[in-house]
Ligand binder design. Structure first.
Ligand code: MN
Length: 310
């Protein structure tokens, strides 16, 4: 029997990495006429992912915590620090991603990276290019992931190609107003009232290793920034606790208002003035609102890299 090949996203599974694993495993199975590509997740999935999976009738993929001795396809990430444990002992057969590349591997493998707004866009493109049919529910799933990753096309990471694919998928999924549908997902995503500060911070959290040390950067998207005002001090306290316990140089949480298109930053850092330099702002009680900054990948990371990774 052919060994399973697991398709897996990053450690803090967001919709793009989960929908990506499901849709890409299905694509590979259909393309090759097999059934050994299996979608899995590297951790507990967040609530908008749960909401979307249920809406379109998909099961939650099983959690795979250790990649050791497994054959894997990595989707929606390529950096070691973002993979599930045991990656050094895994056999990576392919990578499909839309993030900056920080990847070393000893074998020749298929490496598909495009500077588009979502892994899901690249996967939709794979289906279209190979004339493999996307059914209504799968179109809804892939569309949802693109809408979240591109912040309903508002993110600077969103390309013309993403917009084109959104239109095509919305038609297949029979979703007339995809902007309105996108807001529906973001409302689910930003309802944080039932979460603890730590859960809020960890809901979309990624590690980055810079020359000065490890950074943890979390993002929360909301349709109403004021709603979270009263939580800020508790969030900051949690950021500081997390920084100490996790051996971080800095932990940053930014709360993005997708209507105002700007973000409130909460910073726990060994070098807060470095942060101020990177963004040309002044922190007040370790907090600051920065207009027009909404993308971790395209805006926050490059600015931090310039100061902390040289
Ligand atoms: Mn993504």
């Amino acid at each position: 029997m052919q060994e399973k090949i697991y398709v897996i996203g990053h450690k803090s599974p967001d919709l793009d990495s989960v929908a990506g694993a499901i849709s890409y495993a299905q694509f590979k199975n259909k393309l090759e006429g097999v059934n050994f590509y299996v979608p899995v997740v590297a951790g507990i999935i967040n609530k908008e992912t749960e909401y979307v999976l249920e809406k379109f009738g998909f099961e939650k993929p099983k959690i795979l915590k250790d990649l050791k001795n497994k054959k894997v396809i990595l989707v929606d990430h390529n950096e070691v620090s973002q993979s599930a444990d045991g990656r050094e002992g895994a056999e990576i057969v392919e990578v499909l991603d839309h993030h900056k590349v920080d990847f070393k591997y000893s074998e020749l493998i298929v490496f598909k990276v495009l500077p588009w707004g979502a892994s899901a866009s690249i996967i939709a493109h794979c289906y279209f290019k190979n004339n493999i049919k996307i059914n209504k529910n799968l179109a809804g799933l892939i569309l949802s992931a693109i809408l979240v990753d591109t912040v309903i096309t508002k993110s600077p990471t969103c390309t013309e190609k993403d917009k084109e694919i959104i239109e095509k998928l919305a038609e297949i999924a029979e979703i007339k107003d995809w902007k309105e549908y996108g807001m529906e997902i973001f409302k689910v995503r930003s309802s944080v009232s039932d979460l603890s500060p730590k859960e809020i911070i960890k809901s979309d959290f990624k590690d980055f290793v810079f020359k000065v040390g490890r950074f943890g950067i979390g993002q929360v998207e909301t349709v109403n920034l004021e709603e979270l005002n009263s939580l800020e001090d508790n969030l900051l306290k949690s950021l500081n606790d997390l920084k100490k316990s996790g051996d971080y140089h800095s932990i940053i949480l930014f709360i993005t208002d997708i209507i105002k298109e700007g973000s409130r930053f909460l910073v726990a850092s060994e070098d807060a003035s470095g942060f101020e330099k990177a963004f040309k702002v002044k922190l007040k009680n370790n907090k600051v609102y920065i207009d027009k900054i909404i993308s971790r990948k395209k805006q926050v990371i490059p600015k931090l890299t310039k100061i902390f990774d040289k």
